[in-house]
Ligand binder design. Structure first.
Ligand SMILES: Nc1ncnc2c1ncn2[C@@H]1O[C@H](COP(=O)(O)OP(=O)(O)OP(=O)(O)O)[C@@H](O)[C@H]1O
Ligand SMILES: [Mg+2]
Length: 262
């Protein structure tokens, strides 16, 4: 099962919400090649979800543009799927029915129903597929959401902290599984997170954002093979490097606020 990937270009993107005087996002430029796994990392409120919603076509930037495969994004598309912190499943439907929803909506269920079975196996839910989703644990429900997101063969998977509500063991397992699935199927993935461990575990490239306004202030490549071993020295030193970058950004930001106030 392979999927066509897409490239993403964000050019000179800034955004000021209505009734706000200061921009939430300022001068964002970013290119994400086909099949790359990118993590956007930054403190709470720096604009990560706002930027992700713009990639999904759910929000239009006040300046600049998002282009996917050279087309400006102006509305949502079935070619890119978003996974949120909560799995948002229909509680009265079974696991299989929930996983198949995207295909049903796009009118392709009959042609592609085998894909739902394969994906439910891939995410470890084969024996649960006739259960009601309410009978599943949080981690299992998030797996249903993942199977649903992948069923429509998206070119891009957009993840907004989809594992933050899970226990540490399930979170680690799902992070590894999602990164491997995207990597093996060539899906372009963009994930927002404020978890340094998650970013280094999943991404090929980590993009660091500062806040007030949200700007890209750094990038770090993660050249480690999948599945990633979190106990090796290279992994630990990349985490330290990312953490140190954050400290530098905080100091630089504080200095610039102090200068502005002089
Ligand atoms: N619809 C809106 N109208 C006005 N301001 C908004 C709107 N949505 C978000 N904001 C503001 O924009 C800023 C960025 O919000 P956003 O949700 O993108 O942050 P985030 O980086 O995803 O934070 P978190 O890590 O807490 O999820 C915040 O200050 C938020 O209050
Ligand atoms: Mg957010």
């Amino acid at each position: 099962m392979t999927t066509k990937a897409s490239s993403v270009w964000i050019s000179d993107l800034s955004h000021t919400f209505k009734k706000q005087t200061k921009p939430t996002l300022k001068n964002i430029n970013l290119t994400i090649p086909k099949g790359q796994l990118t993590a956007l990392i930054g403190r709470s409120g720096c604009g990560k979800s706002t930027l992700l919603q713009m990639l999904a076509g759910l929000l239009i930037p006040s300046d600049g543009a998002v282009r996917i495969n050279a087309h400006t994004v102006t509305k949502p598309s079935a070619k890119w799927n978003m996974m949120f912190q909560k799995p948002s499943l229909y509680p009265w439907m079974t696991v299989r029915e929930n996983a198949a929803l995207g295909l049903v909506f796009s009118g392709t269920y009959k042609a592609k129903q085998d894909r739902v079975e394969t994906l439910l196996e891939m995410v470890g839910l084969a024996e649960h597929k006739d259960k009601n989703v309410q009978q599943l644990s949080g981690g299992q429900q998030q797996r249903v959401a993942l199977a649903r997101s992948l069923a429509t063969e998206p070119e891009i998977l957009l993840l907004d902290e989809p594992f933050s509500a899970l226990d540490a063991f399930t979170r680690t397992q799902l992070q590894n599984e999602v990164a491997e699935i995207c990597h093996n199927q060539g899906i372009t993935m963009v994930m927002v997170t404020h978890d340094i461990d998650e970013a280094v575990a999943m991404a090929d490239k980590v993009v660091i954002m500062s806040q007030n306004p949200g700007e890209i202030v750094g990038e770090m490549e993660v050249n480690l093979t999948y599945p990633r071993d979190r106990s090796v020295d290279e992994f630990i030193s990349l985490k330290e490097k990312l953490f140190n970058e954050f400290e530098k950004i905080d100091i630089a930001k504080q200095n610039s606020i102090n200068e502005d106030n002089l």
